[in-house]
Design a protein around this ligand. Structure first.
Ligand code: DGY
Length: 323
């Protein structure tokens, strides 16, 4: 009898076809609407494997109901939506999709830095709103990226890929991470600093660290106040790492110069959210890895992970070593 898997969003045709050859597959047949939580809770007991997105909270309640689950394959590199310890204690494997999205997410991070510093979104709106009356020396002037200092919080693969791009802009590089990264220090001429020093010294602070209980609220008003008032904060990791209430206050008070955000404490961001009121904040809808090529590769990798796990093999991207 074929094992059963559930996929919480519509995958590309070829991914679905391949999975259907091996498994009995049910999907939530939508590309842009999440499966209601109650629905997932109601059906999850039927499945051996779950291929899910960061929009699904895989917590104790869901794991209790998913009594037949052997693997949860997350279509993301981040897996803060999954209660890993609870999954491990039930003998459920958890996998993610690292590697394939590194360069694409670094591209977006750098784009966000350029967009925020040079006011690209604001300038484009100004033109369309008829505010471009003449060439004017100080109209839409922003901050230079080239030659400035970039501080990266969380120097993993994506952080290193951002640093490589920054070298092309002749930026001075520093990083703060849980542990020193000698291989990147040697390759990138990037200097390790404590968080305090990094915040005080950087013109751009990029957050690229995973969201864990240790990084939750890593950046509050105390940290924002350490930053230069000409500095720009970029977050393409997870919303909860920056305390949003404090960020809004800091932007209102001119504590920092601007921000580029792809992620938020609660997603999607409601249209009346205060962060959407600031002209000096570029706000994107969590599209860090959103290129056609990369999202396709993420689907393929997530499918490979769930397949190997259900075939009794070790999937390549196991984040939960079973005890
Ligand atoms: C991830 O992979 O964790 C992203 O946030 C989605 O690409």
């Amino acid at each position: 009898m074929k094992k059963k898997i559930f996929i919480t969003r519509k995958p590309p045709e070829h991914v679905l076809n391949n999975l259907q050859k091996l498994f009995e597959v049910e999907i939530w047949n939508s590309e842009d609407i999440e499966i209601p939580r109650n629905e997932l809770l109601h059906i999850i007991h039927k499945f051996d494997g779950l291929l899910c997105l960061l929009t699904e909270s895989i917590d104790e309640e869901l794991l209790d109901k998913g009594r037949n689950l052997k693997v949860i394959s997350n279509l993301a590199v981040g897996y803060n939506n999954i209660h890993i310890e609870d999954a491990i204690s039930r003998g459920i494997m958890v996998t993610n999709t690292p590697g394939v999205l590194t360069e694409t997410t670094a591209d977006l991070t750098f784009a966000l830095m350029l967009a925020a510093s040079r006011r690209l979104v604001e300038a484009s709106h100004a033109l369309r709103e008829g505010k471009w009356k003449t060439w004017s020396p100080m109209f839409m002037t922003g901050m230079d990226v080239h030659g400035s200092t970039l501080g990266i919080i969380g120097l993993g693969e994506i952080g290193a890929a951002v640093a490589r791009r920054a070298k092309g802009f002749n930026m001075k590089l520093m990083y703060y991470s849980r542990s020193r990264k000698p291989e990147f220090e040697a390759e990138l001429d990037i200097e390790y600093a404590d968080l305090h020093t990094l915040l005080q010294t950087s013109d751009y602070v990029c957050i690229l660290t995973p969201f864990t209980k240790d990084t939750k609220n890593l950046i509050t008003m105390n940290e924002l106040k350490l930053m230069k008032n000409t500095a720009v904060l970029i977050n393409t990791a997870r919303g909860g790492i920056v305390n949003e209430f404090d960020l809004i206050q800091a932007l209102s008070d001119g504590v920092i110069w601007g921000a580029g955000l792809d992620v938020y404490e609660h997603e999607p961001l409601p249209l009346d959210h205060p962060l959407l009121q600031f002209p000096n904040v570029v706000t994107l809808p969590h599209i860090g890895s959103a290129s056609i090529q990369t999202r396709t590769k993420m689907w393929e990798l997530a499918a490979k992970n769930i397949t190997l796990a259900l075939q009794g093999k070790t999937p390549p991207n196991l984040v939960s070593r079973l005890k």
